[in-house]
Structure formats: structure tokens, C-alpha cells
Design a protein around this ligand. Sequence first.
Ligand SMILES: C[S@@+](CC[C@H](N)C(=O)[O-])C[C@H]1O[C@@H](n2cnc3c(N)ncnc32)[C@H](O)[C@@H]1O
Length: 220
Amino acid sequence: MGPHPLWCVESLMELMTLEPGMRVLDLGCGAAVSSIFLAREYGVEVWAADLWTDPTENWERIRTWDIADRVHPIRAEARELPFAHGFFDAVVSIGAYHYFGTEARYLAYLLEYLKPQGAVGFVAPGLAYDPGSTLPPYLAERWTPDFFTWQTPDWWRNHWQRTELVNIAAAEMVPGGWDDWLQWLRACDLVDRGYAPDATMLEADQGELLGLVRVVAHCR
Ligand SMILES: C[S@@+](CC[C@H](N)C(=O)[O-])C[C@H]1O[C@@H](n2cnc3c(N)ncnc32)[C@H](O)[C@@H]1O
């Protein structure tokens, strides 16, 4: 539902450093577009893990992009990861971390799969500020449980900082995130395929409250 995953992963890579040969977990990779991008652009090896997307479909896409030696599709539940502890140099997550990462213990769980100096970063829908109990009308009418995980950068900073397990490199709104999101809905004509309420909501917001959050941290 967010903007194109490549726009999001490019924005995340402004804040993360990946070196050739690193092992990267793309958590909630969807169609593995970001996984393919990371392998091709940075020479890393990527495990493209997702719960709802068929890994066979992703495998076809990965082979089409001629990157089968460095992108490995797998169906995985983020809370039951099928990997060895200490295996990854980095975890990235585009438009997915908020589905599982708001749980207080989740970061500690995820970090088990990272090497000691590993990095974790995500981009997800979020709010520029905490609206408290007075939601603007265009958000109030959409305020279902799916939205409860949209948090502010400060919320994420505090959520991760209190674990004392990471040093936070950034927790901020993605510059132009609201605009990217709306442009993507329009560009793909998704507005006619069930996304009209999202476009209407974003148009009403005018980038005041809604956008994308990006958060990056390194293991202590
Ligand atoms: C909005 S899509 C984003 C997909 C992709 N990263 C992108 O940007 O196009 C959210 C993805 O999160 C995945 N997801 C949600 N909950 C998950 C979980 N508990 N474990 C693994 N993946 C999960 C879904 O399968 C879905 O593909």
C-alpha cells in the first residue's frame, strides 16, 4: 500500500552501509523487489523472507533478474525465523516492520540473528507527530487496528532505545515520503483498484501528519 519499494529502500540506504559479500535479511520482502535491488546494487547476498508471498513466485522474478546466486527466497514468519543466530550482517525491512516490530520484545529477538556489529533498518508508514486522542477527521474515519501500528519517529526511537541493545543512527520521517506515497498511488492507477481511500486520506492530510518513518540502528 506504500510507495514503490525501490523508493523506500533507496531512502533507507542513505542511512545504511552495505558492503559486497554481506549477508542481508530482507524481512517482509513482498515481491522481493528490494532484495533484488540490494543484491544488484551493493553486491550483497540477500535472504528474501516473507509470510504472505509465495517464494516460488519470487524465485521466478529473481531468476528473471539473473541474480539467482545471491537472492534466496523463503517463506518465513518474522517471529519464527528459520536462520542461525549471528548469521546476518544486516536486516532491512520495507513497509513491513510495523506488522511485528511494535511488540516490546521483538527487537531483542531479531538481534539474535545479527552478528555483533550488525545493523537493522526499516521504512514503514508512520506519523510525523502524535495526534493524541484528537485524530483529524480523514484519519478518524479510517482508524482501524491496522493503523494502530503507525508510530512517530520518536516513538520508535524510544521503543528501541529502552532495550539498551542498539545505538540508534536515525529515527526520522522520510523526506518527501508523503508525496512519494501519493504519487505512487496515482502513477500506478491504483486509485481505481481499491486504493482510493488511501489516496483520499493522503490528499486530505497534505503531508501534515502522514508519511514514512525510517529507523536505523547498530548492535551495541
Ligand atoms: C505492505 S507489504 C510490503 C512488501 C514489500 N517489502 C514492499 O515494500 O513491496 C508487507 C509485507 O509484510 C509481510 N509480513 C507481514 N507480517 C509478517 C510476518 N509476521 N512475518 C513475515 N512477513 C510478514 C507480508 O507478507 C507482506 O508481504
